[in-house]
Design a protein around this ligand. Structure first.
Ligand code: ADP
Ligand code: UDP
Length: 239
C-alpha cells in the first residue's frame, strides 16, 4: 500500500491518500490541543499510544457487531482505514458528569447517571463545535432520520462494549466522543479514533484521571497516564 499525497492535516492526525481510492492512511501525531486549539502542546509518545489503542478497541467493536473504518495497523503511528465521508457530528456519550456537561448545567463532576446520555455537536471549528439538536441536524441536512437512529444505536453499543472492557482493566469510562462516516454505498461506519484524547478514563480504584484532562487542566503526568492506560489495556486484551 503506497502512501500518496497528504490530503489533510488536523490537530492530532495527518490523513494520506493511497493507491487504492477506497483506503486512506492515518498518521497519528504527538500534538495536543484543547479548547478548540487555544491551548497547544506535545504529549510525547501519544501518537503511538492513540494509534494502537484505537485499533485494538475498534477490533473489539467489530467483534461485537459495530462496523468500523479499521483495516490494518501499518506501523507504530500509521493505520490503513476505509475512506468515508465524515458525518459532521461529534457524537458524545456520557455515563458520569464531567467537562462541558458540568460547565453548562453548573453541577459537580462525578455524578453517575442512571442511564447513559447522548448529545451531538456540529463539527465546525469556526463555530466552536456548537451543540445541535436532532431537528436542526435534519434541517441542516447533516444526516437523515434513519442515519441518526443508526448512529445512536451504534454509539450506545460502543458504550456498552467499551464500558465493560475498560471495567475489566480497572478503568471507568466516564464519557467519549465518536465520529461516523458514510461508505460510498451509504453504509454508516465508525471512523476517526477512540483514545485518551477522545475519552475520559478514570482509575476505578482511586478516581485518578488517565486521559487528556491531565493536559487540559495542567495536572501533570500526562505521558505517564497515557502509558498507564495503554499498559492496562494490553494486559487485559487477549483478543
Ligand atoms: P481535527 O480535524 O479535529 O483536527 P484530526 O487531527 O484527528 O482532527 O484529523 C483527522 C481527520 O480525519 C478528522 O477531520 C476526521 O473527521 C477525519 N477522518 C477520520 N477517519 C476518517 C476516515 N475513515 N475517512 C475520512 N476521514 C476521516
Ligand atoms: N471530546 C473530543 N473532542 C471534542 C470535544 C469533546 O474528543 O472536540 C471528548 C472529550 O475528550 C470527552 C467527551 O468528548 O471525553 C465529552 O467532552 P465535553 O463535551 O465534556 O467537552 P470538553 O470538556 O472536552 O470541552
Amino acid at each position: 500500500m503506497y502512501k500518496m499525497e497528504l490530503l489533510y492535516e488536523g490537530k492530532a492526525k495527518k490523513v494520506y491518500a493511497t493507491d487504492d481510492p477506497a483506503l486512506l492512511i492515518v498518521d497519528y501525531k504527538d500534538d495536543a490541543t484543547a479548547f478548540n486549539g487555544v491551548k497547544k502542546g506535545t504529549i510525547r509518545g501519544k501518537g503511538v499510544i492513540n494509534n494502537r489503542m484505537s485499533n485494538r478497541l475498534m477490533k473489539r467493536l467489530e467483534a461485537s457487531g459495530i462496523p468500523t473504518h479499521f483495516v490494518e495497523e501499518l506501523s507504530e503511528r500509521e493505520t490503513l482505514v476505509k475512506k468515508v465521508s465524515i458525518v459532521p457530528l461529534e457524537v458524545i456519550v456520557r455515563n458520569i458528569s464531567a467537562g462541558s456537561f458540568c460547565k453548562r448545567y453548573g453541577v459537580e463532576e462525578g455524578i453517575v447517571f442512571d442511564e447513559p446520555t447522548m448529545e451531538f455537536s456540529y463539527k465546525n471549528d469556526a463555530l466552536n463545535d456548537p451543540l445541535i439538536c436532532v431537528p436542526h441536524i435534519l434541517a441542516m441536512k447533516l444526516a437523515t432520520r434513519e442515519e441518526i437512529a443508526q448512529i445512536e444505536r451504534y454509539a450506545l453499543g460502543v458504550n456498552e462494549a467499551l464500558r465493560e472492557f475498560w471495567s475489566g482493566c480497572g478503568v471507568t469510562l466516564v464519557d467519549f466522543k465518536l465520529e461516523f462516516g458514510r461508505l460510498p454505498d451509504g453504509t454508516i461506519i465508525l471512523a476517526d479514533e477512540i483514545s485518551p484524547d477522545t475519552c475520559r478514563l478514570w482509575d476505578s480504584a482511586t478516581g485518578k484521571k488517565l486521559d487528556k484532562d491531565r493536559f487540559r487542566q495542567d495536572l501533570g503526568g500526562v505521558e505517564d497516564a497515557y502509558t498507564e492506560v495503554m499498559r492496562r489495556l494490553t494486559a487485559h486484551d487477549h483478543a
